[in-house]
Ligand binder design. Structure first.
Ligand code: ADP
Ligand code: ASP
Ligand code: MG
Length: 813
C-alpha cells in the first residue's frame, strides 16, 4: 500500500487533474490518494466566512466563483452520461455551504466550529469530483470520507488526532475495502461528537501521513508543484536545488522553519513507523524528487538547507528585577502559552537581564497585552520594563544534521550576512545543533537567503549584480567586454556577473534576472524615461546581494549619488573623477562609508585608465611603504595631442581628432586646461595619504586665457583656430632644443603642480608614445630608482577594462 497526496496546485485545474490520472496509471500496488482543495479554495472559503460574519454580502460573489469553478471542472472532466449524478451531488453540497454562510451572515458571527465546517467543503468537493473522474476513466477508484476515519479531540484548545481511534478506524476500513484507488479528502476530520474539525493550514500532508502510519504503508508520497524539498525556497532563490536525500530530522527542522512544501506535523507519524516520504512534482514526474528517511546525512554537505519564516516579531522582557529571580521565564512562557501564542525562537542573555522570544507578528498585540498584565506588579515597581515588541522581522535558519561537528559555520553565516549589510537582531542555535537561526529585517530576507545560498551551496560561484549608469563610449565597451567574458568568468573566476540595470541620459531599464547583453541597446532604447532618483530607489528596492553601481559618466550629479549607494552597502565603481577630486571632506567621507558599510568604492580608472596605478599604490601603502615623490605624465589625451601635433598640421585638428577617437573627456577643455591632470595628481596624492585640495595645485596652463574662458565646445574649438600661431611657437621652441612636449604632473613635499614641460632626450618621459601614461613613484623603498608604471592611459577600451578589473576585485573581495 502506498499513500499519495496531491496538493492544491496539483488539483487546481482539470488539466492538472488529468496529469494526476496519468501518474496514477503507473502504480501496481493499491493506493490511497489524499487530495487538497482546488488551489486557492481554502483561502476563498475562509474569506467568505469572515465576510459573512461581518455582514458583508460580498461573500456571495466568492461563493458563486467557487460554485462555477467546481461545476465547470465536473463538466470538463466527466463524460456527459455520468455528469448529472455528480453535478447534483456537488450542487447539493454547495447548497449546504450556502446555508452555513447565510447562517454566519444572519448571526453576524462565526465560531471556530462553523468556520471548520465551512472550510471543509474545499476538500470534500475536490476529493469527490476527483474520485468520480478517476472512476469515469475506468480506474478502480472509490471515494472515502476522511471524516469517518480520522478522529480528533481537544487538547489545550487545539484539535489533536486521536491516533488510537484513528488507527483502528483506518485498519478496519481498509481491511474490507478492495478498491485499487481510494480517494480521500485531506485536511478534515471529526471530533468524538462528529463535529467537523480541521488539521491546520497545509494539513492535507498530515492526513496522508496519518493514513500511511495507520496502514504501515510502504511509502508516503507528497506530490506538489516543486521537484522536492529544496536547498531554499525556490520561489525566493533561483539557484536552489532539490535535495535528493534528507533525514526526517533535517526535513522537520526545515519545515518548522518555513519550508512550506511539507506541513511540519507530517513527519512525526511516519517517522515512528520508519516509513519514508518521497516529495515529487506533479508537473515534472520524471524528476527524482526528495527522499526523506531515518538515515542521517553522513558525508555530503554539512548545511542541507536554508529556510525562513516571515511575518515575525520579537518580544523582549527585560529589567533589573529579572536578575537572579527564579520563575520569571517560567511565568513569561506560561502566560504566552495560556494565550495560545506559539513561541518560535527563544534567546536569553546569560546575564539573565533579558529574555527575547520570536512570535508571529499576528500575535504581537495579544502577547504584549497578556505579558504586561501578568507582570503588572513588577512593571509598576520598575523591576521589569514593559514588554517591547518589534515587528517587520523574519527568521532565517541554516539546517543540517552534521552542523554540530563543524566549527565556524555560524561565523560564516554571520559574516556573509554582515558583508551584505543584513542587520542581525537575534541569534539562536537549537539545542540539537541541527539549526542556527537568526532574526533579521523582513525586507532583507531575499538578499539574505540568496547570499547564504551562494555561500553554502553554489560552489563559490558568486553573483555580482551590476547597475550601469552611462553607456556611451566607455559604458558600451564595458558591456561588450562583460558579454564576451561571461563564460570565462563563471568557469575560471567563479563569478556570475549580471547587469540588472542600465541607464543613459534618456532612458533606463531594469531586469532582475539580468539584462541579455546581446540586445541591451534595443532594450534600453525602449526602456522607461531616465530619472536619477528613480534609478537609485530601484537599486535600493531590489536589495540584491553584491550590488555594484558602475558610473561611466563624467557627471557631477551622478558623482553626488555615491554616498547613497555606499550607505546602503552597494559598491561603487567609477571612471568619473569628480567625486575623488572634489573637496577632501567628500572624498574621505566616501572612503569611510565604504569601510563602514563593507562596500568597496573603487576608481582605478580615475588615473591612467586601465593601468593598475591606484591598486599598486594601495599595495605599497598597505605594506608599509611611504610615498616621497610622484612624477607622472597622466594625460593620455594631452600625450596624444602633443605626440601628433607638429608644423604640418594644426592644433585644432589634432584636438578634434583626439576627441573623436575617445581620447579626451566629452568636454576636451577639461583635458587641455590641465584640470583633468590636476584631478589625477590630486587623487594620487590623496591615495598616498596626503590631505590636499584641488586649489592647492599649481597649474601652469599653456592655453590662452580666451580659450580657458570659453563655456562650450564650439567656442573652445574656435579659439584654438584663433591662437594657432601660439601653439606653433610652443612646438617650435621645444623642437629647437631637441625636446618633446609633455604635460607633467608632480608631487613632492606635500606640493603638487601640473604644466607643459620641454622634455630632453635622456628623460624617462621622452619616449612616451601615443596616448601612453607613465608614473614614477619615489618611495622609502624605491628611493633612487622609482617604481615605474607605463602603458596606454586613455581610450575607451582600456578604460572599460579598468572598470572591469575593479568589478573583478570586488568579486574577489
Ligand atoms: P501544496 O499545495 O502542494 O501542498 P505548498 O504550496 O503547500 O504545496 O508547498 C509547495 C511550496 O512550498 C512550493 O511551491 C514553494 O514555494 C514552497 N517552499 C518553501 N520552501 C521550500 C523548500 N525549501 N523547498 C521546496 N519548496 C519550498
Ligand atoms: N486546503 C488546506 C489548505 O489550503 C489544506 C492543504 O491544502 O494542505 O491549507
Ligand atoms: Mg502544502
Amino acid at each position: 500500500m502506498k499513500v499519495l497526496k496531491f496538493g492544491g496546485s496539483s488539483v487546481a485545474s482539470p488539466e492538472n487533474i488529468i496529469k494526476i490520472k496519468n501518474i496514477l496509471l503507473a502504480y501496481n500496488d493499491p493506493i490511497i490518494v489524499v487530495v487538497s482543495a482546488f488551489g486557492g479554495v481554502t483561502d476563498q472559503l475562509l474569506q467568505a466566512g469572515e465576510m459573512a460574519a461581518k455582514e458583508q454580502t460580498g461573500y456571495k460573489d466568492i461563493l458563486s466563483e467557487i460554485e462555477t469553478r467546481h461545476l465547470d471542472t465536473v463538466k470538463e472532466l466527466i463524460p456527459i452520461t455520468a455528469q448529472s449524478k455528480v453535478l447534483s451531488k456537488v450542487k447539493s453540497e454547495l447548497n449546504i455551504l450556502e446555508t452555513l454562510l447565510e447562517g454566519a451572515y444572519f448571526i453576524g458571527e462565526i465560531t471556530p466550529k462553523l468556520s471548520d465546517k465551512i472550510v471543509s467543503f474545499g476538500e470534500l468537493l475536490s476529493s469527490y469530483i476527483i474520485s468520480e473522474y478517476l472512476a469515469s476513466e475506468g480506474l478502480d477508484a472509490v471515494y472515502k470520507d476522511s471524516r469517518e476515519l480520522i478522529k480528533t479531540f481537544k487538547l489545550a484548545g487545539k484539535n489533536v488526532v486521536d491516533f488510537t481511534l484513528t488507527d483502528t478506524n483506518c485498519k478496519e476500513y481498509f481491511k474490507n475495502n478492495g478498491a485499487f484507488i481510494t480517494v480521500c479528502p485531506g485536511f478534515i476530520a471529526t471530533s468524538k461528537n462528529n463535529d467537523i474539525t480541521t488539521l491546520g493550514r497545509g494539513g492535507s500532508d498530515y492526513t496522508a501521513a496519518i493514513y500511511a502510519a495507520a496502514l504501515e504503508a510502504d511509502i508516503l508520497e507528497i506530490w506538489t508543484d516543486v521537484s522536492g524539498m529544496y536547498t531554499a525556497n525556490p520561489k525566493m532563490v533561483k539557484q536552489a536545488k532539490a535535495i535528493t536525500h534528507i533525514s526526517y530530522e533535517e526535513a522537520m527542522e526545515l519545515s518548522h522553519f518555513g519550508a512550506k512544501v511539507l506541513y511540519p506535523p507530517t513527519i512525526q507519524p511516519v517517522l515512528s513507523k520508519g516509513i519514508s516520504i518521497l516529495i515529487k512534482n506533479t508537473f515534472k514526474p520524471e524528476e527524482e524528487g526528495t527522499l526523506i528517511t531515518k538515515s542521517r546525512n553522513e558525508g555530503g554537505k554539512t548545511v542541507r538547507g536554508i529556510s525562513h519564516i516571515g511575518n515575525m516579531a520579537l518580544l523582549s522582557l527585560e529589567g533589573p528585577g529579572m536578575v537572579g529571580i527564579p520563575g520569571i521565564s517560567k511565568r513569561f512562557f506560561e502566560v504566552l502559552s495560556q494565550a495560545d501564542i506559539s513561541v518560535v525562537l527563544i534567546t536569553q542573555a546569560s546575564s539573565e537581564h533579558s529574555i527575547c522570544v520570536g512570535v508571529s507578528a499576528d500575535d504581537v498585540e495579544k502577547s504584549v497585552e497578556v505579558v504586561n498584565e501578568a507582570f503588572a506588579y513588577e512593571i509598576e515597581r520598575g523591576k521589569i520594563k514593559e514588554v517591547i515588541p518589534e515587528k517587520g522581522l523574519a527568521i532565517v535558519a541554516l539546517v543540517g544534521d552534521n552542523m554540530k561537528s563543524h566549527q565556524g559555520l555560524s561565523g560564516k553565516m554571520f559574516s556573509t550576512l554582515g558583508k551584505n549589510n543584513v542587520n542581525i537582531r537575534v541569534i539562536a542555535q537549537g539545542a540539537s545543533e541541527r539549526n542556527i537561526s537568526c532574526v533579521i529585517n523582513e525586507k532583507d530576507v531575499k538578499k539574505a537567503l540568496n547570499a547564504l545560498h551562494e555561500e553554502f551551496f553554489e560552489e563559490n560561484v558568486k553573483q555580482l549584480n551590476l547597475f550601469v549608469m552611462g553607456v556611451g563610449n566607455v559604458g558600451a565597451k564595458f558591456l561588450n567586454q562583460i558579454k564576451s567574458q561571461e563564460k570565462y568568468l563563471k568557469k575560471n573566476l567563479k563569478l556570475n556577473v549580471r547587469v540588472v540595470g542600465i541607464s543613459n541620459s534618456r532612458t533606463m531599464h531594469f531586469d532582475e534576472k539580468g539584462i541579455p547583453l546581446d540586445t541591451w541597446q534595443d532594450t534600453l532604447s525602449t526602456g522607461q524615461k531616465a530619472d536619477k532618483q528613480l534609478f537609485i530607489d530601484r537599486v535600493n528596492d531590489l536589495n540584491l546581494r553584491n550590488s555594484i553601481f558602475v558610473d561611466n559618466t563624467a557627471s557631477a550629479e551622478i558623482a553626488g549619488t555615491y554616498a547613497d549607494f555606499l550607505s546602503n552597502s552597494i559598491s561603487v565603481v567609477t571612471c568619473n573623477k569628480i567625486a575623488c577630486s572634489s573637496e577632501y571632506y567628500n572624498y574621505a567621507r566616501l572612503k569611510s562609508l565604504a569601510r563602514e558599510y563593507n562596500a568597496p568604492f573603487l576608481f582605478e580608472t580615475n588615473v591612467g585608465a586601465g593601468l593598475p596605478i591606484l591598486d599598486t599604490l594601495k599595495n605599497l601603502i598597505a605594506s608599509g611603504d611611504k610615498v616621497l615623490k610622484i612624477q607622472a605624465v597622466l594625460s593620455g589625451s594631452l600625450n596624444f595631442v602633443f605626440n601628433n601635433f607638429n608644423d604640418s598640421n594644426t592644433f585644432h585638428d589634432i584636438v578634434k581628432r583626439a576627441q573623436e577617437e575617445g581620447y579626451t573627456e566629452p568636454d576636451p577643455k577639461i583635458d587641455l586646461s590641465g584640470i583633468d591632470v590636476m584631478r589625477k595628481i590630486l587623487i594620487l596624492a590623496r591615495e598616498s595619504g596626503y590631505v590636499l585640495e584641488i586649489g592647492d595645485i599649481e597649474n601652469n596652463s599653456f592655453l590662452p586665457k580666451e580659450s580657458l574662458d570659453t563655456t562650450n565646445n564650439d567656442d573652445f574649438f574656435t579659439s584654438l583656430v584663433k591662437y594657432e600661431s601660439d601653439f606653433q611657437k610652443i612646438y617650435a621652441d621645444a623642437k629647437a632644443k631637441n625636446c618633446k612636449l609633455k604635460y607633467v604632473a608632480q608631487f613632492e613635499n606635500g606640493k603638487a603642480s601640473v604644466g607643459l614641460q620641454e622634455i630632453p632626450e635622456d628623460h624617462d618621459f621622452y619616449n612616451l608614445e601615443g596616448s601612453d601614461n607613465i608614473v614614477l613613484f619615489f618611495t622609502e623603498r624605491y628611493k633612487n630608482l622609482p617604481l615605474i608604471i607605463k602603458g596606454a592611459g586613455a581610450g575607451s577600451d582600456v578604460t572599460a577594462s579598468g572598470i572591469f578589473a575593479d568589478i573583478i576585485r570586488i568579486g574577489n573581495f
